[in-house]
Design a protein around this ligand. Structure first.
Ligand SMILES: [Zn+2]
Length: 251
């Protein structure tokens, strides 16, 4: 994240904290959990929560995220209070939709910037974020600020990369979550429960130190169980001690 993004993020966060302070002032003069909006309508304040849905590829994370967002929409007359974001890097499917592998869709705003999520969620009650593993660490304070502002935040993402190493900001998001749903897929080799993602290049298992761009090779991913998951070359421990290039964490 560059300096400008940093500045924008912290400005937005400080605006949020001011809004929170204003809400706390209101609490003293209004019944708990209720306040009046600009049009004198009663707005119910929720306590805010964070739900994290994680698991390997093909485990149905996007589908589960969409199910929860659709359920939230049934409960409200103003559908605009439910908003979804997806990482801009995920161009496998439609640019402005969440899409599951089985073809279901949900309108979503594509962005690579955590600060955009903060600024565009101000009037929403429920905020969905897909492919959270691709976002920078700045997504963690943003999600915290949204939860503190009383919003229900639902995040979906890969908890582990193809090497079985924690993926991006997911460990931090899991640590601050109110509830965690860890899904498993079906192993493409043996049919057992699969907690891991296998990366294949030209049909062969990728090595730990294979970069994100493999010139001339065709990348493919499968869900695999621990017995069928194959990783060659350097060990996880020696690689992590040496420091891992960021590109390796993204596939
Ligand atoms: Zn297997």
């Amino acid at each position: 994240m560059d300096d400008n993004l940093d500045k924008e993020l912290y400005q937005n966060l400080s605006d949020y904290l001011k809004d929170l302070a204003a809400l706390n002032d209101l609490k003293d003069s209004a019944p708990a959990e209720y306040r009046l909006d600009d049009h004198q309508n009663i707005v119910v304040r929720t306590r805010g929560s964070l739900e994290v849905i994680c698991g390997p590829m093909f485990s149905g994370k996007s589908e589960e995220l969409m199910r929860r967002l659709r359920r939230a929409m049934f409960a409200v007359s103003d559908k605009s209070v439910v908003i979804a974001f997806k990482h801009g890097l995920d161009t496998r499917y439609g640019a402005s939709e969440l899409l599951s592998h089985d073809g279901n869709k949900f309108r979503a705003i594509p962005t690579k910037c955590a600060s955009t999520i903060l600024s565009q969620s101000s009037s929403s009650h429920v905020v969905g974020i897909d492919e959270a593993q691709f976002f920078p660490e700045a997504i963690v304070p943003v999600v915290s600020a949204l939860v503190k502002a009383g919003k229900k935040v639902i995040v979906a993402g890969l908890d582990l990369d193809f090497r079985g190493v924690e993926f991006g900001p997911m460990p931090s998001l899991l640590a601050i979550a109110d509830s965690i749903t860890k899904l498993s897929a079906v192993c493409a080799k043996c049919g057992h429960d699969a907690p891991l993602t296998q990366r294949l290049i030209d049909g062969q298992p990728a090595a730990f130190d294979d970069g994100i761009v493999h010139v001339g090779g065709k990348d493919e991913y499968q869900a695999r169980c621990r017995l069928c998951h194959v990783l060659t070359k350097r060990s996880v421990l020696s690689e992590r001690c040496d420091g891992t290039p960021e590109e390796l964490l993204r596939f």
